[in-house]
Design a protein around this ligand. Structure first.
Ligand SMILES: C[S@@+](CC[C@H](N)C(=O)[O-])C[C@H]1O[C@@H](n2cnc3c(N)ncnc32)[C@H](O)[C@@H]1O
Length: 277
C-alpha cells in the first residue's frame, strides 16, 4: 500500500509529543472533542482512523468509559504501548484508502478522523468518505477535522514581535505541500453530502482563539516544519534554501516566537449523519 504520508512526514518517536500537543491545542481552541450536534448512544462503538498516538481515543474514553474504541492507522509506529490503553481499546493497521472488510460494515456509531491532509491526494478524499459511510450503523456519525494551512497567517502579539525567519520556513513547507493543502478542509462537507450523509454541519475556529495557546501552537507547527526541512535536506531535495543552516534558523525562529510572533490558521470541523432507517 502506498504511504503518501511518508513523502513529507516522519513517524520518529519525537512525533509522539508533537502530535499529542498539537491534538490538545486544537481541541482547546475548538472547545470540544465531539461536536455538540452529535448524539451518541450511551455505549457507542467508536473508530478513530489515522489514529497516530490514539490521542482522540485516550481523551474521549473518560466520557464513554463503557464504549468500544478501535483505532486504525496505516502504520503502528506511533501506537502507545498496550498497557497505556484502557482494555476496551484496540489498535490495528488499516489503510483508509482501501475498501474495508465487509464484516466491518454497519458496525460503528462514530468514525472520527483528524489531520489526514498530508496523506491525501486530491482524488483520495471522496472515496475515503464513501468508505467511511459503509462502516457506520444507520444513524451513525462521521466527524473529521482538518486545518486550513493554505491561508495561514503570521501575527504579532506585541509591536516589536518578529517572524521573518519563521515565515520563510512555513512558506517553504506550504509551497511543498501546496497541492495537498488545497483539499479537505473545504471539500469534506460536499463530499459527505454526495456520499449520502445528512444533517451535515460544519464549524470553523481560529487556532489562536485562546491567546494562551498561541506560542505553543506556533512552536508545535515549527517543530514539524524543521523535521520536514531536515528530512528534505537529508534526501537532497530541499534545494539551496536550507543548506547547513537549519540549526541557526531554528534558533532564530525560537527567538521570534519568544518575541511574540505567532502562526494562525483555521481549524475546520465537518460532521454528518448516516440516515437512520
Ligand atoms: C498527522 S497524523 C494525525 C494523527 C491523529 N489523527 C491526531 O490528530 O493526532 C496522521 C496519521 O494518519 C496516518 N495515516 C496516513 N495515511 C493513512 C491511511 N492511508 N490510512 C490510515 N491512516 C493513515 C499516519 O500514519 C498518521 O498517524
Amino acid at each position: 500500500m502506498a504511504d503518501v504520508y511518508m513523502e513529507n512526514m516522519t513517524r520518529l518517536p519525537s512525533e509522539t509529543f508533537r502530535l499529542n500537543q498539537q491534538f490538545d491545542l486544537m481541541t482547546k481552541n475548538m472547545g470540544y472533542i465531539l461536536h455538540p450536534s452529535l448524539k451518541l448512544p450511551p455505549v457507542p462503538h467508536i473508530a478513530d482512523i489515522g489514529t497516530g498516538t490514539a490521542r482522540f481515543i485516550i481523551c474521549l474514553h473518560p466520557q464513554f468509559p463503557e464504549a468500544v474504541f478501535e483505532g486504525f492507522d496505516i502504520s503502528p509506529a506511533l501506537f502507545p504501548p498496550r498497557d497505556a490503553l484502557p482494555s476496551s481499546v484496540t489498535l490495528s493497521v488499516l489503510d483508509l484508502k482501501q475498501p474495508f472488510l465487509e464484516d466491518m460494515h454497519g458496525q460503528y456509531d462514530l468514525v472520527h478522523l483528524r489531520l489526514l491532509v498530508s496523506a491525501m491526494r486530491p482524488e483520495d478524499w471522496a472515496p475515503a468518505v464513501r468508505n467511511i459511510f459503509l462502516l457506520l450503523r444507520p444513524g451513525g456519525y462521521i466527524q473529521w477535522e482538518e486545518c486550513e494551512f493554505l491561508n495561514a497567517e503570521w501575527r504579532k502579539t506585541t509591536p516589536d514581535a518578529r517572524f521573518e525567519t519563521a515565515k520563510s520556513m512555513t512558506d517553504a513547507f506550504s509551497d511543498a505541500l501546496h497541492q495537498q493543502f488545497q483539499h479537505g478542509w473545504n471539500t469534506l462537507p460536499k463530499q459527505m453530502r454526495e456520499a449520502g450523509f445528512t444533517s451535515v454541519v460544519t464549524d470553523v475556529v481560529s487556532s489562536d482563539r485562546l491567546p494562551e495557546t498561541r506560542s505553543d501552537m506556533t512552536a508545535s507547527i515549527l517543530s514539524l516544519v524543521f523535521t520536514w526541512a531536515r528530512m528534505m535536506t537529508d534526501r537532497g531535495t530541499s534545494g539551496p534554501l536550507f543548506g547547513d543552516h537549519l540549526g541557526d534558523l531554528e534558533k532564530a525562529v525560537h527567538q521570534e516566537i519568544k518575541s511574540g510572533g505567532y502562526f494562525k490558521f483555521n481549524i475546520h470541523v465537518a460532521c454528518g449523519q448516516k440516515p437512520p432507517v
